[in-house]
Design a protein around this ligand. Structure first.
Ligand code: ATP
Length: 452
């Protein structure tokens, strides 16, 4: 337990120190469960989103992209079932006033500083908790200047509904026919009762969702297809296979709209937890929107002359949770030549910086050659120039930032125009002609496999 807590503490410390993730509004004492991505974090997050977009939209003929608004017509949330059902059971401790999700007491700690180390379920067993009450997780606000019930709107708790209400707009504009999908990346908001575990559960987060519209009867086939596609995607991202598993929702876990649901789970330091949900939502969503909007949302298949409400297979991933997963999965400590190092084994495709460029010393023309190499590589991918301090320390700074390659310009470079390329994971060093450096690194990045 102590080692696990330590790992999270170390990761949070590294994120702050190296500029991956900062607490929000820190100079005002922070805002619970809100975080800001710093210079390295924003690159990492952007790379993950690009990698998803490429896999789910740009390399496919059957998926289109969308960017819908966060605020939607309030009737959307009646139709979707969020107003009636998007609730968690909440309990309060009568003694210390701490608040818990009734279904997540197991493993939670007492909220009172006076009872440090006391488990919440002990308080539950002793009858200190109130009866569970249902709490709706949607954030409410008002549209326009008058704060009255008629003007209530909600911050979307998922991006999916923006896709459903646009399905025929997208279909007509892109001339897609069923089966086809719509993908979207965007912010979602949930007033979680117990956020925590750093960015694992926050109240504002980004989702990467894809809704695939299919003919009824073919839904389970597509469901299996998307399960396989989505777990393979994490392998490409560099997440270790042994740390991923499927979890099938049993009858008591299934959401009101789902005929089948699997989570892709990752083994976090705090247990196996959901990373992404894959759901067979049947025709629930489009039927409900048809009913609430009064619009016919059925699809007419010209080829077979059939009319039906499409079924939906959804893949719903959390972007922030994926960022956290890649950081946890990449984090490692080892000892090199008697010196401890912290290293992030981030796959090159998501690493914020792809290579560090280092003149061995700040004289004899080395900085000039190194600057030229740096400027040339920068046109192709993010690189970092560092001429400060001992070379070992410069390598370590890049190891900690997850930079996969280090390029050193030394005395030999000036004689034969070769440089040393050091690989972060294996520490293998190769001398490469500087005019072959770009293809050498590109090839390394394309064929990257993690070495622990
Ligand atoms: P949970 O049961 O953990 O509350 P959920 O089953 O409600 O999650 P979904 O509605 O399926 O989650 O959301 C899809 C994905 O969005 C999740 O797999 C997760 O990656 C991400 N996600 C959901 N809620 C949060 C949150 N509060 N903070 C960060 N990411 C979240």
């Amino acid at each position: 337990m102590a080692a696990i807590e330590k790992l999270m503490d170390k990761l949070v410390g590294l994120c702050k120190r190296r500029g991956f993730i900062f607490p929000s509004s820190e100079i005002y004492g922070g805002l619970n469960s809100c975080y800001d991505y710093g210079p390295l974090g924003v690159e990492l997050k952007r790379n993950i989103k690009d990698y998803w977009w490429k896999a789910m939209v740009q390399t496919r003929d059957d998926i289109e992209g969308l960017d819908a608004s966060i605020l939607m017509h309030p009737r959307v949330w009646e139709a979707s079932g969020h107003i009636a059902n998007f609730t968690d059971p909440m309990v309060d401790c009568k003694e210390c006033k701490a608040r818990f999700r009734a279904d997540q007491i197991e493993g939670a700690m007492c909220g009172s500083p006076g009872y440090k180390g006391r488990k919440a379920n002990k308080c539950a067993d002793e009858g200190k908790f109130t009866e569970a009450r249902l709490f709706n997780l949607m954030f409410k606000t008002f549209m326009g200047p008058v704060e009255e019930a008629a003007n209530v709107v909600y911050m979307r708790p998922e991006t999916a509904q923006g896709i459903y209400v646009n399905v025929y707009n997208v279909m007509q504009a892109s001339r897609q026919r069923i089966p086809f999908g719509i993908a979207q990346i965007g912010k979602a908001f949930r007033n979680e009762i117990t956020p925590g575990n750093f960015t694992f559960r926050t109240r504002e987060f980004e989702q990467m969702e894809m809704q695939f519209f299919v003919k009824p009867g073919t839904d389970m086939e597509w469901f299996e297809y998307w399960k396989a596609q989505r777990i393979a995607w994490y392998d490409g991202l560099g997440v270790r296979k042994a740390k991923l598993q499927f979890h099938q929702h049993g009858p008591t876990e299934l959401a009101h709209y789902a005929a089948a649901a699997f989570d892709i789970e990752y083994e976090f330091p705090f247990g196996w937890k959901e990373l992404e949900g894959i759901h067979n939502r049947t025709d629930f969503d489009l039927k409900r929107h048809a009913e609430y909007s009064g619009k016919d949302l059925s699809y007419f298949d010209d080829a077979t002359r059939e009319k039906y409400i499409p079924y939906i297979v959804e893949t719903s991933a959390g972007c922030d949770r994926t960022v956290l997963t890649t950081l946890i999965d990449a984090y490692d400590e080892d000892v090199i030549e008697g010196e401890a190092r912290t290293v992030l084994h981030l796959a090159p495709v998501i690493a914020p910086i792809k290579a560090g460029v280092f003149p061995l010393v700040k004289k004899e023309g080395m900085p000039e050659v190194a600057k030229k190499i740096y400027q040339d590589l920068k046109k192709h991918f993010p690189v970092f120039y560092d001429d400060g301090g001992a070379i070992g320390r410069r390598y370590r700074r890049m190891d900690e930032a997850g930079t996969p390659y280090g390029i050193t310009i030394d005395g030999q470079t000036l004689q034969d125009q070769t440089v040393t390329v050091r690989e972060r994971d294996s520490l293998v060093q190769t001398r490469v002609a500087s005019d072959k450096l770009l293809p050498f690194i590109q090839e390394k990045m394309a064929g990257y496999r993690r070495v622990d």
